[in-house]
Design a protein around this ligand. Sequence first.
Ligand SMILES: Nc1ncnc2c1ncn2[C@@H]1O[C@H](COP(=O)(O)OP(=O)(O)O)[C@@H](O)[C@H]1O
Ligand SMILES: [Mg+2]
Length: 259
Amino acid sequence: MSQASPEPDGATHGDRPEATPECALRLVDLVAGYGSTMVLRNVSIDVPSGEVVALLGPNGAGKTTVLRAASGLIRSSSGSVVLGGVDVSKREPHDRLRSGLCLIPEGRGIFRSLTVAENLRLYLPPWAKRGASYDTAVDLFPVLAERLKQAAGSMSGGQQQMLALARAYLSGAVVVMLDEVSMGLSPIMVDEVFAAIRQLAATGVALVVVEQYVNRALGLADSVVVMRKGEVVHVGSPSQLDEAALAAQYLGADLPAPA
Ligand SMILES: Nc1ncnc2c1ncn2[C@@H]1O[C@H](COP(=O)(O)OP(=O)(O)O)[C@@H](O)[C@H]1O
Ligand SMILES: [Mg+2]
């Protein structure tokens, strides 16, 4: 006979604290802000291993604040950050990094005056697997191979982004969060950086990517989270969305009346 299912398949539970094994990062009901200004209001986001989650929303929606709260740069006043099944909400940023949570901020956070090779060596952390070397990263991001002796800051924005991804890979990151990933990049470089992101995901790394261009994000991501005014207003797969629907969500009640 038919069997009653207590819950629909794939239902998510905002109040379930532990991660499923395949969920690299779970943000659960995060409330956070700056001083007395509350920005995030009960933000919950699941980031599965090996997948790319695009975080979208208009300027000021709270995307960067989500990344800061997840990495511990700002302390959330309630809710939890669960990394690989472990609640890291009380841990310092360096401790979260060590546990595999890597933030690549807008501007990429690389040493511009050092060479590519020096950048990679520096980012090989003391806790990296024995035998790991920057050769591994260069294999994965071959654009860096011919630029090892070049000053990182003299590379194009896309190449710097690739170096930042290589650094994250070397550090043994299990979750990589990139803010404004395609900012300032030429369309060709965006394609290359996105290809590198997919490659990193294929190694099992979970990625959260803040992207300003909706159509690009839909082409890159396995799932899409849309924020507005500090809240998640939509979660779905790219195929469930079209650009027009997303644009309306971006603008919400502020959508101007058609002329
Ligand atoms: N350092 C800060 N101090 C105070 N308010 C901030 C700070 N950074 C961001 N905010 C505010 O938090 C809200 C969300 O900003 P942010 O997370 O940067 O949005 P997004 O990245 O989506 O553009 C905005 O209203 C912004 O003004
Ligand atoms: Mg931002």
